[in-house]
Design a protein around this ligand. Structure first.
Ligand code: SF4
Length: 400
């Protein structure tokens, strides 16, 4: 799926391959959506979509963002871009808190921060010519017009591997990969420093995914861009990212260098996600135990107390339901400052999670149904429970 040349998972453990200054800093970023009901639309509660996210992105770095559907990745992307107001916290771009800026104050920063959307089919107006679509940012920011704009657009088309002679064609005349290149060209028009890529290759065929990822990689080298790369395909994220942040129910539960996180995940949820990643080597795949999550992701309307993962975690103990774990390097564990986990009892190197047993649920973990569900009967072997377990894990892995 990915080219070997894209593999960035080789820097020394605990260090970003770029090691640059922060370009983006998130502190306590929170987003609650009000729930309304009745004819008067009264607020009856709120949905906790993003709950206190902290991280930095360095100049020239790619930070991958992964997690199940509904974990808050895309909402976080929109908060970073200023497309949604935060409920609390700050988003600093080059030292400036964009959450405090007015619409007009935000306008100059829009040139520096651009977004690439998931759907290359739906994000382009089918009735407009691609030259006009790519030239939109020049028109909106009143930077270039007439022949100058046409020249710049054609340069951009060349930069992303499109034929400038196709300037007057419509989106329908292009393949999926070419349409995503149109989106990339439009995002690059104003020479941004930061690109937030929200599932940029999910809608593309595997061979086309590699082309677009290679393009983003080349552009990063050429233009010194920084990327937030959101995807549900963990293999793609590993290959493009310097560091990876794992989200669960609105929180970052683990953050680390791609190499360390994929080989030695510390958070039980990360372990479960990674155990579902297909392996190319059949011998290694046959040896690996898959960690199966029991139960659905809890509702963000009423998230669990303490650690939000505790109802599904095989290592859960009393403390987990009582205290919110902070994203840190863990007590008594020698981790690089780049390697953080939000867990009271992180997984130790070599620890077999299939042997774990939740002190909260009392369920004995087994290789078939590793993660216990609250309320289920320990060791009962309830076939109904096991069936539902397997079904849930399949979803979990596929959407991870
Ligand atoms: Fe959360 Fe506790 Fe499990 Fe860590 S061990 S993930 S804190 S429930």
């Amino acid at each position: 799926m990915t080219s070997p040349s894209l593999d960035k998972s080789t820097p020394a453990a605990g260090t970003s391959s770029s090691g640059g200054e922060p370009i983006l800093r998130l502190s306590g970023v929170t987003k609650n959506f009000p729930m309304r009901s009745g004819v008067f639309g009264r607020t009856t509660g709120s949905v906790s979509a993003v709950a206190g996210v902290d991280f930095e992105l360095r100049k020239g770095e790619t930070l991958g963002l992964v997690g199940e559907s509904g974990c808050g990745k895309s909402t976080l992307a929109r908060l970073i871009m200023g497309l949604l107001p935060v409920s609390a916290g700050s988003v600093e771009f080059e030292g400036q808190d964009i959450t405090k800026l007015s619409r007009s104050g935000m306008r100059p920063l829009r040139r520096e921060m651009q977004m690439i959307f998931q759907d290359p089919y739906g994000s382009l107006n089918p009735r407009r010519r691609v030259g006009s679509i790519i030239g939109d940012p020049f028109a909106i920011h009143k930077i270039a017009d007439g022949e100058d704009r046409v020249r710049r657009v054609k340069e951009l088309m060349e930069l992303v591997g499109l034929n400038p002679e196709h300037y007057n064609r419509f989106p329908a005349d292009f393949s999926g990969g070419q349409r995503q290149r149109i989106g990339v060209a439009r995002a690059l028009a104003l020479r941004p420093k930061l690109l937030v890529c929200d599932e940029p290759v999910s809608a593309l065929d595997v061979s086309i995914q590699a082309q677009v990822i290679n393009l983003l990689d080349d552009l990063q080298d050429e233009l010194g861009l920084s990327y937030i790369f959101i995807a549900h395909d963990l293999s793609v994220v590993r290959h493009v990212s310097d560091r990876v942040a794992v989200m669960y129910l609105g929180k970052v539960v683990e953050l680390g260098t791609a190499e360390r996180l994929y080989t030695e995940p510390r958070h039980p949820y990360t372990n479960a996600l990674l155990s579902a990643v297909p392996l190319a080597d059949p011998d290694r795949a046959a040896q690996r135990k898959r960690l199966v999550l029991v139960g659905d992701v809890p509702s963000p309307v009423n998230p669990p107390s303490g650690c939000r993962f505790h109802p599904r975690c095989p290592k859960a103990q009393e403390k987990c339901a009582a205290e919110v774990p902070t994203l840190d390097s863990g007590e008594g564990v020698a981790l690089d400052p780049d390697d953080l986990a939000a867990c009271h009892f992180p997984v130790l190197p070599g620890e077999d999670l299939t042997q774990a047993r939740s002190a909260l649920t009392g369920v004995q973990a087994t290789p078939e149904a590793v993660f216990g569900a609250i309320g289920s009967n320990p060791g009962s072997g309830d076939p109904t429970n096991r069936d539902s377990t397997n079904g849930d894990s399949t979803n979990s892995g596929a959407r991870a």
